[in-house]
Design a protein around this ligand. Structure first.
Ligand code: TMP
Length: 383
């Protein structure tokens, strides 16, 4: 038994909805130190699509919100520096705040100034003393990871210049519901934000949502732009989305109850499909050991009997095992040489990139098993 199995921890994934502020969130939170440490296994630079996305994000921020030569930008959860490297290259004053030392070290090697800390009021005050207030504070798929969201708001309030902006991206609840993407629910995702919940949460701290932009990453994300109340004009897009969310039923518990039923149906169909194929002797593997895959595998009760291995390009994940079910994670090169009959597309959010490079898998007779938005066997997946 690999030694890591002895230290394995389990957390019950349960989601709650607040009818007062419309926040959707995990009700049992995992200790932050369990999740973010010097063995953090997710490297933002692990996909070409995300590299392109971060370049666009950096350009957007530099063009709109870093107006002068001495502008200062802070990123919360700066990971391997994939975003801030663009500011560093242009000699823009920047600081990444990243609690996982292993990924922060990669950022430092890329020339990104990084502070290995959790983002909280103490850190914000420290940065204010050492670097001054920021013109822009950024977060990419990270603010939804921080359980003490009020501490985030207070920290932003303290660290942001009077005319500065707080810009963050997170998977958008409307897309999660629409696609029955129940795999967005995993230990790191404490919050499933929507425009209403963001407005309600941050307005308590004097921060106003001034703009919103949809982004096609992480299965359908929203970019939120916030500022000190009254500092920036609120765009009409914010109001439009508030109305749309009401129409979509995102303010009613019944919508989330229906989502739970759809998730159960998806779980049962996926398990049945995979079990049937295994009874026919088909070889099934997993494609990409995403955090999301841990939810799918454990929720559906899949084991190494169903999935022979999961292929992943991240060296830190290879040679390890999927949480709970202990399915071996193998290097991508194994998948390329192998001839599985089916591959479960766990990284469905990177479908365009993966389809473009996996034409040979289909030529060899392989097929994809997908479960978002519906369980199906297909030869091609559109993102
Ligand atoms: P994400 O869905 O949270 O972005 O995680 C992506 C994971 O998928 C990461 O572990 C890298 C892996 N991956 C592959 O193994 N092959 C690929 O082609 C891509 C795009 C990602």
């Amino acid at each position: 038994m690999p030694k890591h199995f002895r230290n394995e921890f389990r957390a019950e994934l349960a989601v709650g909805f607040c009818p007062g502020c419309y926040m959707v969130q995990l009700t049992n939170l995992v200790e932050q130190e369990h999740l973010y440490n010097d063995e953090y296994a997710f490297f933002s630079g692990s996909s070409k699509g995300m590299s392109k996305h971060f370049q666009e994000f950096a350009e957007f921020i530099m063009q709109h919100y870093l107006p002068t030569d001495d502008s200062f930008v802070v990123e919360v959860g700066s990971n391997d520096g994939i975003l801030l490297q663009h500011m560093a290259k242009r000699n823009i004053k920047h600081l990444g705040i990243e609690p996982s030392a292993n990924v922060a070290n990669i950022a430092t090697k890329r020339g990104v100034e990084s502070l290995v800390e959790f983002f909280n009021v103490t850190t914000a005050e420290k940065v204010k003393q050492t670097h001054g207030q920021a013109d822009a504070i950024l977060g990419a798929n990270v603010i939804c990871h921080i359980p003490d969201i009020h501490s985030v708001a207070k920290s932003v309030k303290a660290l942001l210049k009077p005319n500065g902006v707080f810009v963050f991206e997170a998977p958008y609840i409307a897309n999660t519901i629409r696609k029955t993407a129940f795999d967005q629910i995993y230990d790191e995702h404490a919050f499933f934000f929507g425009v209403h919940s963001v407005v309600n949460c941050f307005s308590r701290h004097g921060l106003e949502l001034v703009d919103v932009m949809e982004r096609n990453v992480h299965g359908g994300s929203m970019r939120y732009v916030l500022a000190h109340k009254g500092a920036h004009e609120v765009t009409s897009k914010v109001k439009q989305l508030l109305v749309l969310e009401d129409h979509l039923g995102l303010l009613k518990i019944e919508t989330y109850q229906d989502f739970a039923k759809s998730a159960e149906k998806s779980r049962d169909q996926l398990k049945q499909l995979i079990t049937g194929l295994r009874e026919q002797g088909k070889k099934i593997v997993g494609y990409a050991a995403t955090a999301k895959s841990a939810t799918v595998i454990n929720y559906c009760g899949l084991t190494p009997e169903h999935i022979k291995y999961i292929s992943d390009t991240t060296p830190a994940k290879q040679g390890r095992y999927s949480p709970g079910a202990h399915i071996p994670i193998k290097p991508y090169e194994i998948f390329k040489q192998d001839k599985p009959d089916y591959a479960i597309l766990f990284a469905w959010n990177h479908a365009d990139e993966i389809m473009a490079k996996e034409k040979n898998f289909i030529k060899r007779g392989g097929k994809w098993i997908v479960f978002v938005p519906e369980v199906a066997i297909v030869e091609n997946v559109k993102q």
